[in-house]
Design a protein. Sequence first.
Length: 792
Amino acid sequence: MAKKRTKSKSTSSKKGFSFKPSKQNKIIFGSLLIVLSIALFFSFMSFYFTWQEDQSLLSQFGDRNAQASNLLNKFGAAVSHFFMYKGFGLASFAFPLLLAVTGLYLFLGLNGKGLMSKWIWGLIGVIWISVALGFFATEQPLLGGLIGYEMNDFLQDYAGKIGVFLLLIFVLMVILVRLFNFSPEGLGNFLRSQRNQFKSDLKKEKDTPLDEKPSDSDESSIELSMETDTPVAVDTYTHKNDIPPLKSEAGLDVNLPEDDEPTLDLKVEEVTQEKEESEVKAAKLVKDFGEFDPKLELGNYKFPPLDLLDSHGASKGITINQEELEENKNRIVSTLKNYKIGIAQIKATIGPTVTLYEIVPEAGVRISKIKNLEDDIALSLAALGIRIIAPIPGKGTIGIEVPNKNATVVSMRSVIASNKFQKAEMELPVAFGKTISNETFVVDLSKMPHLLMAGATGQGKSVGLNAVITSLLYKKHPAEVKFVLVDPKKVELTLYNKIERHFLAKLPDSEEAIITDNTKVINTLNSLCIEMDNRYELLKLAMVRNIKEYNAKFKERKLNPNDGHKFLPYIVLVIDEFADLIMTAGKEVETPIARLAQLARAIGIHLIIATQRPSVNVITGIIKANFPARIAFRVTSKIDSRTILDAQGADQLIGRGDMLFTQGNDVTRLQCAFVDTPEVGKITEYIGSQRAYPEAHLLPEYIGEDSGTGIDYDISDRDAMFREAAEVIVTAQQGSASLIQRKLKLGYNRAGRIIDQLEAAGIVGPFEGSKARQVLVPDIYALDQLLQNETK
Ligand SMILES: Nc1ncnc2c1ncn2[C@@H]1O[C@H](COP(=O)(O)OP(=O)(O)OP(=O)(O)O)[C@@H](O)[C@H]1O
């Protein structure tokens, strides 16, 4: 390898600027050039002071006794005379520089590809400087040297002074364009940046005493005037006193586009480097401490055992009376015959509450005919709650569901113990119950992503909610999921108080975690909206798309808690009686619920809403549109069924946990798992008796509309949208924060603050509970008057 490398190096140097391929020779020759360049530099320097004294000695170079005043004696005097006097004057300093650069290239064994162009441009520069000095410094011919003087003279004889001047300008342009990529825009940018820097320097200078200004920058300015010849740059440079060398060099480079590029490169490198660094750091942290375990704080937490649940006599399995089966079959066949519908085949599937008779009609029978006769068939069969499915989706058969005389209870215990639930690899697995074919039905709440539950009173909603919560309690650790429970009925969810410090979330200042007061519900919903916004911000910072990816990244220790990152538990909001809430608080709850339903799925906030009044003013279009997953328990009318499911059928259910579930398209009939209040009590008792977090999970604080009453706001402190908000309120004659939110697309906090400011300004009245505030200004004209009088 090593051999290969030396070989390739030597071949590349052959192509470049090298005389001898061997490394030693290059070092020797390089050192010679460096030494020579130093000798030349000192000779040239002292030439300016000694040239007159030494001039007479030039002819006596061979005389050993003759001593020159030049620092390098006769050698120095002769060489300087040749370069400076007879040659290019001051520009000759470029030769020691070029020699030194060449020497360094050779000495360090660098690839000498660019050397040739350095020499060419160096020589062009030398000629230009010497001619320019010959042109401008006519009084001091030594500055331009003989060549500069003579060339100038020669050119002026043909082109005159102006011609030579223009020629010098043109060559300068060529040098600037070719060598420094000069362009007018670049110059513009450069001057602008210099002006800004100059301004900021001036500002700084005001703070620093004048005598601190540097005086040692002359050397650099000489060097630079030779190299770049850009007075602006030199001028600015001398004004600087604290710019690091790298920056000042870049600043002096007239080639601005090039100047931009390296900084851009540098940024990109920084980012990738940072990323790599953080990844390495994360890997090291994981190696040292293992992955982050959110459950560690309650490491000894024990999941509730199955024994806490009752089997409700379901261990016996489904008992079906053979006679009943036969009887039902015969009645179906004869009834259909009455309507002239022939049956080719009939099959029964026995479920916990209903038995499904699957019928294959004779060829030529139209399905629509059977569908139309649904009510008549039901009447003839004289059984309660017959549901006809014509045809069964995905099958060419017709289904008739007939309730069993003795329904079997589906116990929560049996569904929790089922393999399907135990092995469910879901984020939020929920075991609802059993299907008609007696299979356990498990769905992922995080995929739903929100659930609407409706049904007439006493049909099993509360049991359904308990089944959902119980499923999650059996599968999730307190660190992984938090519940926000809203219970306007005040009795249904109280049992969960015991697990407040394990599983519940609440507002910082509230005493009770379970919310029973409607005004608190509004605050909680708005607080959840803030939590949602905060979580989106975290997801954005972490560059992930959803809570699952975020938590995975956090566990891998790729997200720094010092930057505000934390493990995010799922939040499940359960509202037991939505109708009551929407009747009293109206839009104020509908808007945040709709917002949460629309946006919260990615950040792990899921809503479960139950209502016993499934009318359109409760389940509004906006709510429905955002709740694709719906459960209907038995309802009293076909209209209610349509309101919930967009299909009929819920009116034909038999109650006691008999339900229809839809997640968008198909409707599945299920028997809800039964979990009784004492069982829930035992579970919460079991969890509640274990070590808990110091307090319930705290939601972000929400400053409600009522909190700002009576506060005198300074006019200058008003929100930028104050005026627009006032116009919206006055035009609509409705003083509600949610109106401002909607019309001006503002956040809850901000709209709340604006309402307070409007109250302080006397535009709206004080907070009146669930009602909108009174608007005290009748029209826009009066508003204008009021605001004008304020500023006087
Ligand atoms: N899945 C079920 N299996 C067996 N029985 C059930 C089931 N669900 C409900 N029941 C029975 O129905 C009764 C009423 O249920 P639940 O309290 O859930 O009704 P609800 O719809 O919440 O009523 P409300 O709206 O008045 O609160 C229960 O006490 C229970 O006896």
